[in-house]
Design a protein around this ligand. Structure first.
Ligand code: NAD
Length: 352
């Protein structure tokens, strides 16, 4: 079998992580790249030795040799570019969030079904060694019935600006950006329950505050200070397996430091996956803490992407079952929509 030929749509920051994955695989060749910024796509092609560049993805998708694409552009481009790629007969790995909202995500799922091609969503954190280990522990029943979970991804001063803080292009702030990873992890680890209700608040009190000095943060490729999204949000999400999740997130919040945490509470044991991996239980009438020894680099940002890309190619080349199907991205978008709806109306949102 020949090499799997890839095209990249969007050559900003995160496309470099996709390249880190593709470049490690002998059966892959990235043959084309596209960005609306001609300068950026040419630079990217030069760095990675990619022979074809485009500024319109519809033109790139005419290349019959391309078998699959990575969609690594702004969130509002995910749906149109993925649907165009699927209609052109390409497999798609689309970055998270799958779309701006559930309606768009539903159209993407339909397009994938019609085309018979793979539409995988970039929930890269599922591929970290910590998530893989915890999923295995949970699937073996060690936590028992998981009835409560807590997750947070909190930044003190980290609004990436540019398209990220422009609702039209991003769909929202930290909820749709950071929240998709955290809420997805909880759903994935606990057996993909379906959401039944959401109560949330979102706050818009801080803004960009560009005058603040001395901070290092992730910025979008085309940084600007326009900002019409939430600074932070908190939510209570209930699922059809009886589990309740408390989730909070911020890009900007007057807090001492950034914080990442993810905890699941079962009737046999509890587990913390972030900031460190620990298990808590009652064994022979004594409370016991345990700590599986994991590869310290096995859950790094780059590692997760490399594993994700490896899996995407394995789905295409070996027929492996896709671990991150678009349906999971759609389920997440229903939750994200409900968080924003509840925050706006001040009421609980019930999802049938
Ligand atoms: N999985 C993760 O942990 C993770 C981390 C960061 C970003 N992301 C996601 O990756 C995507 C890109 O984020 P980023 O940080 O690389 O942003 P970025 O601003 O660095 O790059 C986005 C690129 O998309 C290009 N673009 C916009 N419209 C386009 C179009 N119609 N056709 C082709 N290119 C187009 C822009 O010109 C820009 O170069 C977002 O959806 C983001 O949510 C995921």
């Amino acid at each position: 079998m020949g090499k799997v030929k890839i095209g990249i749509i969007g050559t900003g920051s995160i496309s470099n992580m996709h390249m880190a994955g593709y470049n490690r695989l002998k059966n892959v060749e990235v043959v084309a790249a596209c960005d609306i910024s001609e300068e950026r796509v040419k630079e990217f092609a030069k760095t990675y030795n990619i022979p074809n560049t485009f500024t319109d993805y519809n033109e790139m998708l005419k290349m019959t040799e391309i078998e699959a694409v990575s969609v690594t552009a702004w969130n509002n481009i995910h749906a149109p570019a993925s649907i165009a790629a699927l209609n052109a007969g390409k497999h798609v790995l689309c970055e998270k969030p799958l779309a701006l909202n559930a309606a768009q995500a539903g159209e993407m799922v339909e397009a994938a079904k019609k085309s018979g091609k793979i539409l995988m969503v970039g929930f890269c954190r599922r591929f970290g060694d910590n998530a893989v280990a915890l999923k295995n522990i949970i699937d073996n029943g060690d936590l028992g019935n998981i009835y409560y979970a807590k997750a947070g991804c909190l930044r003190r001063w980290g609004n990436p600006g540019g398209w990220f803080s422009d609702k039209q292009r991003s769909g929202g702030g930290p909820v749709i950006d950071l929240g998709v990873h955290m809420i997805d992890l909880i759903r994935y680890l606990s057996g993909k329950p379906k959401v039944v209700s959401v109560t949330a608040s979102a706050f818009h009190h801080m803004g960009m505050k560009p005058e603040v000095k001395g901070i290092q943060k992730y910025n979008s490729a085309d940084y600007s200070e326009y900002n019409d999204v939430e600074d932070c949000a908190a939510s209570l999400i209930k699922f059809d397996n009886g589990m309740t999740l408390f989730f909070e997130t911020s890009w900007v919040q007057n807090r001492k430091e950034d914080r990442l945490y993810l905890e699941l509470f079962g009737d046999k044991a509890g587990a913390k996956m972030e900031p460190e991996f620990e298990l808590y239980e009652n064994k022979y009438d004594y409370l016991r803490d345990s700590k599986p020894l994991l590869d310290p680099n096995g859950s790094s940002f780059e590692h997760n992407f490399v594993q994700e890309i490896k899996h995407f190619i394995s789905c295409i080349a070996d027929g492996a079952e896709c671990l991150n199907p678009a349906e999971d991205g759609l389920e997440l978008m229903k939750i994200i929509d409900a968080i924003y709806q509840s925050a706006e109306t001040g009421h609980e949102v019930i999802i049938n």
